[in-house]
Design a protein around this ligand. Structure first.
Ligand code: RB5
Length: 147
């Protein structure tokens, strides 16, 4: 898969480890994140990955900041994005199966690297279940069209 990754200054080390892990799994990773620990603004990175995902330039995205929350909030402002914050792999599997999340997010200050790897693996191995879940995903995007 082609995967966009984005992060702020709180998650540079974790981004590097997750990028390497994804590449080990055979994925192509495009880095939209910052590569230094100089303070930056996470919305810019969430938006960049959100736009790449929404434009279908990549298959999905991974976002990491301190908590995973700010950067995912920003990504979710891009039409077509469904970014989900996860702190463990069960949620990571379910956000794909039920919500068809197209971005997974987590916090470098919240989860350790081994849990982070389990989160991305669970998400990537899961399949969207469609059916009633598709109806609900469609309803989420109808909200965007209401303005
Ligand atoms: C940066 O200090 C921090 O606020 C950011 O990484 C993130 O946790 C925001 O949601």
């Amino acid at each position: 898969m082609k995967i966009a990754i984005g992060n702020d200054h709180a998650a540079v080390a974790m981004k590097n480890e997750i990028k390497a892990y994804l590449e080990e799994l055979g994925h192509e990773v495009i880095n939209f994140g910052t590569d230094t620990t100089d303070s930056v603004n996470y919305p810019e990175y969430g938006e960049a990955v959100g736009r790449a995902v929404a434009a279908q330039e990549v298959d999905c995205g991974v976002l990491i900041c301190g908590t995973g929350v700010g950067i995912s909030l920003a990504a979710n402002k891009v039409k077509g994005v469904r970014a989900a914050v996860c702190s463990e792999p069960v949620t990571a599997r379910l956000v794909k199966e039920h919500n068809n999340a197209n971005i997974i997010a987590f916090g470098a200050r919240i989860v350790g690297i081994e849990v982070a790897k389990e989160i991305v693996r669970a998400y990537l191995e899961a399949q969207f279940q469609g059916g009633r879940h598709q109806t609900r995903v469609d309803l989420i995007h109808e909200i965007e069209n209401k303005g």
